[in-house]
Design a protein around this ligand. Structure first.
Ligand SMILES: [Zn+2]
Length: 211
């Protein structure tokens, strides 16, 4: 009985690691990350740990075995590579927001340009309400790789499914990896459209009474 359960847990973990790799490759293909930037993780409930993309590793050659399993204090439980240098961002989110099961961090260009400006993206498209839970706020700047990057974003991510991180990029969360990734796409889509609208006029913001 126990063996069967262990086997099931192992299969689930392998399946999630595969999903991390497929999503990372998709993110590169879809221009959501450049070079080796960005990182993706899923929470492994049974282990109170996460499966996360490795640090500075080429997405095009990434395989399941390259995904690193670490506990929330950074101890490597499985894997031959170093975890993403931004693992503390993911750990802070999982520690503080138990409803989050996956974290996708990108440097998608349109959204990141608003992060550089410290400029919130208001609700300009109705999709932003169900997917992102409203406007896209900016979390205060913190040094890359520090746990402050995560703790600064947590208060926003307690209310929203994504935020911009000042002078850094985007962090999106979800109850599945698929959902977190889609949320990161909606952030970039809203940012791109907002940017284009700003270049030709003054965008009309959808106020809450119109949602
Ligand atoms: Zn980053």
């Amino acid at each position: 009985m126990k063996e069967r359960m262990d086997e099931r847990m192992k299969n689930k973990k392998e399946e999630l690691k595969r999903e991390v790799v497929l999503t990372a490759k998709r993110a590169l293909k879809e221009g959501m990350v450049a070079g080796t930037s960005g990182n993706i993780s899923v929470f492994l409930e049974d282990l109170n740990a996460m499966a996360i993309t490795p640090s500075g590793y080429d997405y095009t050659i990434m395989e399941e075995n390259d995904v690193v399993v670490i506990s929330l204090d950074g101890t490597v439980l499985e894997g031959h590579l170093k975890p993403s240098s931004e693992w503390k961002l993911h750990a802070e989110i999982y520690k503080n927001l138990p409803h989050v099961k996956s974290v996708v961090h990108t440097h998608s260009p349109y959204a990141t340009s608003f992060a550089v400006l410290h400029k919130e993206i208001p609700v300009i498209l109705i999709e932003m309400v169900p997917f992102l839970k409203g406007s896209i706020e900016v979390s205060p700047y913190a040094k890359q790789g520090s746990s402050d990057v995560g703790s600064n974003a947590v208060p926003i991510l307690g209310r929203k499914n994504a935020c911009l991180m000042a002078n850094h990029g985007v962090v999106a969360v979800g109850d599945t990896l698929g959902q977190a990734y889609i949320n990161s796409i909606y952030v970039e889509d809203a940012a791109k459209i907002y940017h284009m609208a700003l270049t030709v006029g003054t965008p009309v913001v959808l106020t809450e009474d119109l949602w």
